[in-house]
Design a protein around this ligand. Sequence first.
Ligand SMILES: [Zn+2]
Length: 342
Amino acid sequence: MIPEYWQTDLETVGRWAAKCSRAEVRCLTDSAGGRPVWLFAYGEKEELHPAANYNSACGAHDVTAYLDRRRKKPVILLIGAEHGQETEGTAALINLISLLETGVDLAGHPNAPLCRAAGKVRLLMIPVMNPDGRARVKPAAMIGCTNDELRYWGQGTWLDGSLCRWPDCKKVHPIREAAGFLGGYFNDDGVNLMHDQFFHPMAGETAALLQLAEQEHADCVLHLHGGTNSVNDLLYTSYVLLEINEALRELSIRCNRRAEQENNSFSVRELPGRECGETPPSFNLASAIHHVCGAVSSVFESNEGIIDAPGTQQTYSEILRGHMILFEETCRMFWERQNQTR
Ligand SMILES: [Zn+2]
């Protein structure tokens, strides 16, 4: 039984886009399949006039040519459903939007500390980044599904009907012509936004997202994914500065400290070494976003409640609470960083 506060379908997102009064709402872009990608923005936009793009500012040995330190509020960008079957981030963002619009989440609960923290930043939210993938996935959540069901809705099938699975689904890209059932991972052209060609993107969705992060001078970008039975795992990002992953470790520790008081937890990992090896880690969407704006950018993997996969199965409320802790601590930490650097 899916609780009423777990709302993840495209119609619900569209209804919130139409009725929000506190957020500035706009269609960021249309997907390959012609569906709107809604962006919700809270907190005023400070007009910046950078003299250079981020890369050139780094080349000039002066990041302030792109990053204006006098800005009052940090900019946080939260992105749900880059993969359509990973509905946890969408559920969490719709609850956060409800909280900011009405003072209560979809279960009717207030959350004053989160509202206060959110008020200190410019908060950008995209509940469904990949509406084509989301439209293809019938269940509202993967909780209670088997691993094979998760793979079917996520990576889809090959032409012969066998499951594409993870990570083999990435061996053909774009996958559309090779797919029988196109999974929720992909837009209607078969592009997995996480592994686009970032220097000349195949997907308009990817191009629009990179442009948004650059124009907004995002300080932190969280890609909200599901990671089978992962528990609140803020993944380190490849090919970025050491300081970026140090910030992610600090955020994980802060979140874990909060979560442990509630019988929940966050994964806290040792910092990674330098990228190397015959098959190096991928330069993915989280890496690419960092390189257009300098943001702390990370894939957050929440639990998906899969019944026959190893690890813990969390409940709907535990999964949502993990996200709310993450959102609050992210806003607080980046506000503190902004005020320390003045
Ligand atoms: Zn994912």
